[in-house]
Design a protein around this ligand. Structure first.
Ligand code: NAD
Length: 396
């Protein structure tokens, strides 16, 4: 297959690009390096020493003989160049990672809220428009988030669609499947819920074939391919904005910093290892929806854990202490999370579990690169709301 990967220099995109190239697919990245520029803006760096994208690509070619191409363009702003690239290169599939993906960064200021919304929605809209305009029948696979469901409000979360019963216009009863009601918890998550509507519309109106992968928090760093050489190493974010909860704990344990649990730690989250994430994307690509099929939605997660339990597991493995801090997010102090995630298992996924992969990650990444950690960058400084606590309403 010819696979275009917008966002292919990022954490998930780079690992996916190598995985697909290693399996013989032709891979072309689109990335404007905005993530690396945000590192500079925030004064942070990946814990792992990521090579410049050109060096990464040259190393991959030297080691495997395989070539991955790269076009440096902004998928949200350079529409004409994007359309030209799609027309000329004629991809069979597009795997879309090109969005600003940190919830805390999206809540930092008016500027980051506006950037996140404009960047994410325009990148998605531009890719869809370019497929319509060029008439190229490529399968669009998008990386969405389990966060669009708002943790389900006590309901078991289905894979995308909820069956409802309603009164029919003739007074009878009817049954329909509708998109699960979105309940975003940040501007970032709001862009993902709006992506869903863009997909719904372009699928209905133009027949674009789309798979939306509602992914859990990705943990781990390396995959079979990124381990081949240090020039291919994947990024590892640990700072207060981009460090996702488990990766943050792993690094904190390695540098002797207390594991920072926000609030009571009663929040339950869905997780998936990076190696499983790239395999899921490959499975979604090799099982595309039919032409007339509605948007296909898979929950891409393999296990759920409470944040406090995760901290306890990492503390037991490493002897680290746990520190409970005020929660900067406006969210319920504790939530249950029960979600269906059968589709990818039915396609053959055999998950890496936390119990088997965690220790390796602590040694291979956390301890090996701990000298590169800037401890001042660990706390999360974004605040979700200016509303006084007494005036807040929990709408769940
Ligand atoms: P990342 O920030 O590491 O990578 C995103 C990449 O997209 C970066 O290389 C960035 O430079 C590029 N990019 C952003 N806007 C662009 C634009 N307008 N034009 C061209 N390139 C652009 O993020 P990630 O962790 O790899 O996440 C990728 C996708 O997966 C995101 O959409 C995210 O919402 C989703 N996701 C990630 C996680 C996770 O735990 N990392 C969990 C659920 C969903």
């Amino acid at each position: 297959m010819k696979i275009l990967i917008p966002g292919g220099d990022g954490f998930c995109g780079w690992a996916t690009a190598l995985h697909l190239s290693a399996r013989g697919h032709a891979v072309h990245l689109v990335d404007n390096l905005s993530r690396r520029k945000i590192d500079i803006e925030l004064g942070v760096d990946s814990l792992t020493p990521i090579a410049p994208l050109r060096n990464r690509l040259a190393a991959w070619r030297e080691l495997t003989g395989r070539q991955i191409e790269w076009t440096d363009l902004d998928a949200a702003r350079d529409y004409d160049a994007l359309e030209r690239l799609i027309r000329d290169w004629r991809p069979d599939a597009v795997v879309h990672f090109a969005e600003q993906r940190s919830a805390p960064y999206s809540m930092k200021s008016a500027a980051t809220k506006r950037y996140t919304l404009e960047n994410n929605l325009s990148a998605t809209q531009n890719l869809l428009c370019a497929l319509v305009e060029t008439g190229i029948d490529a399968h669009l696979v998008h990386l969405g988030t389990m966060g669009v469901y708002g943790y389900g409000g006590g309901m078991r979360i289905p894979e995308g669609y909820l069956t409802i019963q309603a009164e029919a216009s003739d007074g009878g009863r009817l049954e329909r499947e509708i998109l699960f009601p979105p309940d975003p918890g940040s501007v970032y998550h709001m862009t993902k819920t709006q992506d869903q509507l863009l997909f719904y519309f372009y699928n209905k109106n133009d027949g674009i074939r789309i798979t939306d992968l509602h992914q859990g928090v990705v943990w781990g760093t390396q995959t079979r391919e990124t381990r081949l050489d240090e020039r291919l190493i994947n990024r590892f974010d640990y700072d207060g904005d981009y460090g996702t909860v488990l990766n943050r704990f792993l690094m904190q344990a390695a540098v002797g910093y207390p594991l920072t649990v926000h609030g009571s730690g009663g929040q339950t989250r869905a997780f998936i290892h990076i190696q499983d994430s790239v395999r899921c994307i490959e499975m979604a690509l090799t099982h595309p929806p039919a032409t007339s099929e509605r948007v296909r939605i898979f929950n891409q997660m393999t296990e759920t854990h409470r944040v406090a339990d995760l901290a306890r597991i990492v503390a037991e493995l490493t002897g680290a202490e746990i520190a409970y801090l005020d929660n900067p997010r406006k969210e319920a102090d504790a939530n249950d999370l029960a979600a269906d995630a059968r589709c990818l298992i039915d396609l053959g996924l055999q998950p890496t579990t936390l119990r088997t992969g965690l220790l390796e990650e602590i040694v291979e990444i956390g301890q090996r690169y701990r000298e590169r950690c800037d401890r001042d960058r660990i706390p999360c400084t974004s605040q979700w709301t200016r509303m006084p606590a007494a005036a807040r309403v929990d709408r769940r």
